[in-house]
Design a protein around this ligand. Structure first.
Ligand code: HEM
Length: 395
């Protein structure tokens, strides 16, 4: 029989930021939904329970009147359900189709990756966070959106400021001010090019929105562009770093991938499972219900921990290990259901087919620089905070 929600109250946010996996394991053993005091949310950590949530949007909704995301970015497709969601989702899809990603976007990603590597290849060492992963993700996103003349550092700053604003539950005025500045910057960047994208059809996201079957108001365009700026930059950045890290820490797998470059795509997919760049996203309980062994009430806020489900031992053998040879089974790194990541094919192409294989090809003898190993942080979003490496020059 289902029972009331249990509480975990002896965990701090700092512990979650440093290493959420022991807490995920503990919570997974306790119940289907467990209240985590320090985060003031019910964590859902089991793979099968998350699949139940994602199959039942009438009960587990994305629409959320209390959402800080709506305040910071406007009411975007991520906080809508059913037809309202579908219409806006359909509007962005032309830019994300696998065929378009391959023919239109892959050459753009290759040019950006080569340009970045050209700038440091003869140095023999670099921190791949600043010199490669962050500018790669930011410049690629700017091109995808259809922005022009926006510096990659500005887009990266805006993205971070929006995400900080969405997490600003303690209403810090400085965080609010930075999120507002980011929002205004993005509105101006849209304004500068929207006329052009309205006038011509092209592969960019702004053009897809401007020519949508269900016409969008300027507020809808702004909110959905902001959601993509917030959610389309840190994840490719972090997954580039995690894929490289996984391969550099597992020499046999790295050698396999170098001998058979098709395996870099598998390495990317495994990295997204192993350390999911989005570890948790929210849902709201729309009516009294039970989830697995737990009774929930209307209005309960759920934290859908895909980072935990992707290490659920009932689903993955040796779940804590990076293993590009594991049998192919669905993971939840890109979510599931109607809100399944719109940028999945972009990320697969950018990271698994272009960025990571190019790094290994162009930087011979790539190894991690120094000891101790790189630090990863975060639980809502997670990835390496730096990745110092060295390689052989002119050998
Ligand atoms: C490795 C890279 C990425 C990962 C792991 C990732 C992960 C996710 C996840 C877990 C969700 C579901 C969130 C929810 O249901 O609340 C999501 C949604 C979304 N992602 Fe990604 N993402 C990545 C890259 C991208 C990129 C590059 C873009 C765009 C350029 C993008 C655009 C979106 C959009 C628009 C949604 C919302 C879809 C909807 O609500 O219908 N993502 N992503």
């Amino acid at each position: 029989m289902a029972s009331a929600v249990q509480t975990v109250s002896d965990v701090t946010i700092e512990e979650m930021m440093a290493d959420p996996y022991p807490v995920f394991d503990r919570v997974r053993d306790i119940g289907s939904a467990v209240w985590l005091d320090c985060a003031a949310i019910h964590l859902v950590t089991r793979f099968d329970d998350i699949m139940t949530v994602e199959r039942n949007h009438a009960v587990f909704a994305s629409t959320n009147p209390k959402s800080l995301m709506n305040k910071v970015m406007g009411h975007s497709l991520m906080r809508k359900d059913d037809e309202a969601h579908r219409n806006e989702r359909m509007a962005v899809e032309p830019s994300f189709r696998p065929g378009i990603v391959k023919t239109e976007w892959r050459p753009v990603f290759e040019e950006i990756a080569d340009d970045l590597i050209d700038a440091f290849a003869d140095r023999g060492e670099a921190d791949l966070f600043d010199s490669f992963a962050a500018p790669m993700a930011s410049r690629a996103l700017s091109a995808l959106l259809g922005f022009e003349g926006v510096a990659w550092q500005d887009l990266a700053r805006w993205s971070q400021a929006l995400m900080d604003g969405v997490g600003n539950y303690h209403a810090d005025p400085e965080i609010d001010a930075r999120a507002r500045e980011a929002s205004e910057g993005i509105d101006a960047a849209i304004e500068a090019v929207l006329g052009k994208h309205r006038a011509e059809r092209n592969a960019t996201i702004l053009s897809s929105m401007a020519h949508a079957e269900h016409p969008h108001s300027i507020d809808q365009i702004r909110a959905n562009i902001k959601v993509i700026v917030g959610g389309g930059l840190n994840e490719p950045r972090d997954s580039i770093l995690t894929t490289v890290l996984g391969l550099l820490q597992n020499d046999d797998q790295r050698r396999q991938a170098e001998a058979n470059p098709k395996l870099f795509a598998k390495a990317f997919e495994e990295a997204v499972r192993w350390v999911s760049p989005i570890g948790m996203y929210p849902r709201r309980v729309a009516c009294d219900t039970t989830l697995g062994d737990t009774v929930l009430k209307e209005g309960d806020q759920l934290g859908i921990c895909v980072g935990a489900a992707n290490r659920d031992p009932s689903r993955f053998d040796g779940a804590n290990d990076f293993d590009i040879n594991r049998p192919k089974v669905q993971h939840l790194g890109f979510g599931a259901g109607p809100h399944f990541c719109a940028g999945t094919w972009v990320a697969r192409q950018m990271v698994g087919e272009v960025a990571v294989p190019k790094l290994f090809r162009r930087l011979p003898g790539l190894v991690l620089k120094g000891d101790p190993p790189p630090v990863e942080r975060g639980w809502v979003f997670r990835g390496p905070v730096s990745l110092p490496v060295r390689w052989t020059v002119g050998g």
